[in-house]
Design a protein around this ligand. Structure first.
Ligand SMILES: [Zn+2]
Length: 113
């Protein structure tokens, strides 16, 4: 992708120079040549400012299956109700950071059948 932008910029700049060299008193050719050079510069500018795909932010979502709701979640150590701030998601696993008793553990959803 980077090379494509460089090729486009080089082609535009070359065309612009051809038009400028073949100027021969023609105002239209002069204008076209200058415009092509500006376009080449714009392509280079866009290629530099374009954000890399690797910089996209990864959005993590707490996916609680079944009938487990945030209101029903309680600390398994002290039994205090947990708030959204006390639940953390790391590498797909849910971690509980209880602010009441200070305990930290991985949340495991109990099977219901
Ligand atoms: Zn607790």
């Amino acid at each position: 992708m980077k090379y494509l932008y460089a090729l486009i910029a080089a082609a535009l700049a070359l065309l612009g120079l051809i038009f400028l060299v073949g100027f021969a008193g023609s105002l239209v050719r002069l204008v076209i040549g200058v415009l092509l050079l500006i376009a080449a510069g714009a392509v280079v500018y866009l290629a530099r400012t374009k954000p890399q795909p690797s910089q996209t932010t990864v959005v993590q979502q707490i996916d609680l299956s079944g009938d487990v709701s945030l209101e029903n979640m309680k600390c398994k150590v002290c039994g205090a109700p947990l708030t959204k701030d006390e639940i953390d998601v790391k590498a797909g696993a849910i971690f509980i950071n209880c602010s009441h008793c200070g305990s930290t553990y991985q949340f495991e959803e109990e099977p219901k059948w």
